[in-house]
Every structure is written in C-alpha cells, then in structure tokens.
Design a protein around this ligand. Structure first.
Ligand code: CTP
Length: 401
C-alpha cells in the first residue's frame, strides 16, 4: 500500500504519456496522492484536464516566472513529495537532467528537489541505444536516480527493441519498493570519512593513507537501511556514495565545521582519518630551497572532532561511534581511547602495514562498547559496514528484519 505517500509525477512529452493516466489511477487506488507536472511537450500528448481530473489535483505546467510567489511554491512541492517520478522520461529530459539544466518547471523542480527521483524512460529504440542516452543513463544512476525499464517490444514508431515505457503496474511496484521503509527511515546520521589534507604551502600538504573505503561503505549501508546520511569527506580516493548528502572538505578544521553544522543527528559515525596536527603557520607562497638550509615545520594540534561531538550537551547525537586505528595493543589502546574521547562505541582496527587494512578492501575490527570488546571476523569493508549499520539500527530502537 502507498497510504499517505505523495508522488510528484513529471510527465514528459512522449507518446507513452497516455500510460500516466492509468498510472495515476493505480497510485490513487493504493492511497497515494499524485501531483502532476507537465512539460510543454507533454501537452501535445495528454491534456492537463485529464491529468488533473484523475489526480484530483491541479496540474502544474510550464515555468514562466520563477520569481512569482506561486512558482516558488512549486519548488516547495518537489520537497514535500516522498518521491519524484518522471514518466515518460524522454531522451531530451534525461539529457537535461544529466546536464543539470533548469530551463522549465520540470527541470527546475528536478534540480531543486532533495527527494529521491525515479525515471521511467520511453523513447525510440535507436534513441535509447544511442551512446549519448547511455552516457546520460550512467550519469543519472551515479547521481542516485532510480531507473524503471524500459521494456522491449513493438514500438509506436513501428520499430522493435528496448524503449517501450514500463506498464503502469510495473511502475507502481517499483514505487512501492522505493518507498518501503527501512529500519533507519526518518533517522539522520552524520558520517565522516577519508583523510584530511593539511597544507604546508600552496603546493604541499600533509596527508595519510586513508582511502575513504570504510567510511563510504558505512554511508551506503546506512542509506540502504533508510537513513538520511550527511557524508562529510576529506579528499578521499573512493568514489562518492550516491543517495546521500555529500560535504567535501579538505582540512580537519573544515571537517569540524561541516560536522557541527550537520547536527542535530540521531547518530554520528566518525570513520575519517583526521590529521592530528597541522602546520602552525601555513606559508602563503611556495617554500623555496634555501642553499643547504632545511625548512623547519612547526605543528599545531587539530581539533578532535569525535571528542568534541561526544562532549556536546544539547546537540550530542544519541549514538556516537568512533574508530581507533592502532598498530599495537589494539584493544587496550582503543578501550582507553573510548573513555578519553567519551564516545559510545569504538571500532578498533589494526592498521599495521602487514594487515593490509589501510587502503585495502578488508577490515578486521573489534567493537568496544559498555559491554566490553566484541571481536568480528576479518571480512570485506562493505560487510563490516552492513553489520555496523544493523547494530546502529538496533541501538536506535529500530528492529532489523
Ligand atoms: N578523530 C577526530 N578528530 C581528530 C582525530 C581523530 O574526530 N582530530 C576521530 C577519528 O575519526 C576516529 C577517532 O577519532 O574515529 C580515533 O582516531 P585515531 O587516529 O585512532 O586516534 P587519535 O585521536 O588520533 O589518537 P592517537 O593518534 O593517539 O592514536
């Protein structure tokens, strides 16, 4: 069922637009409300009257003046929806979305929304197979857009192949899956990840070997359980996770600012390998070789983000999880670190070079909490992330199916 769910349906200009009439009926039968938006091209295929009659709501049409109060209200519409569905998603609409265009109401809403987006492509088979469309598809998937179809079959243009829009009941099923709640639905989690870079001068910096792989996997696992994730990342090698809010930072001080402004949150996971020190006075110009004399760098201590967040009064997340990168006496050091920093859990790992953990794809962690040290077997970083996300969901009082 889709009781109480709000769908913003953007109808593109293709022959398959007629299927949206049936789609609206099926969605409403299941308790969803549908707010239709039409592109100018869509008006060639279906009438605003039929869409509004079936939706029981006004149809929003092309954008004339974004400064008009009523038009600004349209942008709000895209934010209150639970899901934005683009059907049919024509080759042109997909290209505009992939390119970040915002030159009419539909594309402006798609750029302004912070709601998950689903596209239902429909177009001529050659247009679907065209390298430009396939390229745009990869970009959109990378942006976290869900894609339904297209199906293969006889097409209205007389050709045969992939390009037919999915049937209304297939779209309804995909919408139901996309909107099904996870155990962390409604929870907000801040995750830090990657190294920080601490500048020496405009061309040099101090860094560490963190790839950001574990933090990225944690953000993805939390997202998969339904959490809204704010991912604060240093300049990490790992590809950014999709479907989360990304805040890129460079230094420890920037990371601290980003984390504090992302609060309040239900949980915080601090997986970043934050540089403990920065160069006390960063040189504004490149430090030159000075015959024989070696430069002397003086260090200053960076803010400890985990410790600071753990000690917050009002804004402290309900659950604060830190990591401990150790090379010896892992459990003893990590247990002391948990106490010193004031976090709830520490995931301790041995980052000695022979373990291959830092920069590798596996991790072997010990979870240290009030109930003691729990050793997890060595496993892939995404498996560690999945387990951790499930434990977080349990701790926040949501049962994991
Ligand atoms: N951390 C942080 N801010 C810092 C340093 C560390 O938020 N300036 C967080 C890390 O994200 C991690 C935890 O603190 O969750 C522990 O990091 P680690 O490097 O193991 O500990 P350090 O505090 O640096 O202690 P030490 O170097 O003495 O082991």
């Amino acid at each position: 069922m889709l009781t109480g769910k709000r769908i913003l349906l953007i109808v593109g200009g293709g022959i398959a637009a007629y299927k949206c009439l049936e789609l609206i009926r099926r969605l409403r039968e299941r308790g969803a409300s549908v707010t239709p938006v039409m592109t100018r091209a869509a008006e060639e295929f279906v009438t605003p009257l039929s869409l509004s009659a079936l939706a029981g709501e006004e149809v929003h049409q092309d954008l004339f003046d974004l400064t008009k109060e009523a038009e600004m209200g349209h942008i709000q519409l895209s934010r209150v929806a639970d899901l934005v569905v683009v059907a049919p998603a024509t080759a042109d609409l997909m290209a505009k979305m992939a390119g970040g265009h915002a030159n009419d109401l539909a594309t402006t809403l798609l750029m302004a929304t912070d709601t998950p987006v689903m596209i239902v492509p429909a177009m001529n088979v050659r247009m679907w197979e065209h390298s430009a469309t396939q390229r745009n598809l990869v970009v959109l998937q990378g942006d976290g857009v869900k894609v339904v179809g297209p199906n293969s079959g006889d097409m209205a243009c007389g050709e045969f192949g992939p390009g037919r829009m999915s049937e209304p009941m297939e779209i309804v099923a995909a919408i139901q899956t996309a909107l099904s709640d996870g155990p962390l639905t409604g929870k907000r989690v801040v995750v830090t990840s990657g190294p920080t870079h601490e500048p020496i001068d405009p061309v040099r910096y101090i860094a560490n070997r963190s790839s950001g792989a574990q933090g990225t996997a944690i953000a993805e696992a939390l997202r998969d359980l339904g959490a809204r994730v704010v991912f604060v990342t240093g300049p990490a090698e790992a590809a950014r996770p999709t479907g989360v809010e990304i805040v890129e930072v460079e230094t420890a001080r920037e990371m601290r600012e980003a984390v504090l402004s992302a609060l309040p949150a239900d949980a915080g996971v601090f997986a970043a390998a934050v540089a403990d020190w920065r160069v006390a006075s960063e040189s504004r110009s490149k430090i030159k070789k000075d015959k024989g004399a070696l430069p002397v760098l003086e260090f200053a201590e960076n803010p400890d983000i985990l410790a600071e967040v753990s000690k917050l009064q009002e804004q402290r997340p309900g659950l604060v999880v830190g990591f401990a990168a150790e090379t010896d006496d892992v459990v003893a050091h990590a247990t002391a670190k948990r106490k010193r920093k004031g976090c709830d859990w520490i995931l301790a790992n041995d980052v000695s070079p022979e373990t291959g953990i830092m920069g590798g794809s596996e991790n072997a962690v010990v979870l240290i909490s009030d109930s003691g040290a729990e050793e997890w077997p060595r496993m892939g970083k995404s498996e560690v992330a999945r387990r951790l996300a499930e434990r977080i969901a349990e701790a926040l009082g949501q049962s994991v199916p």
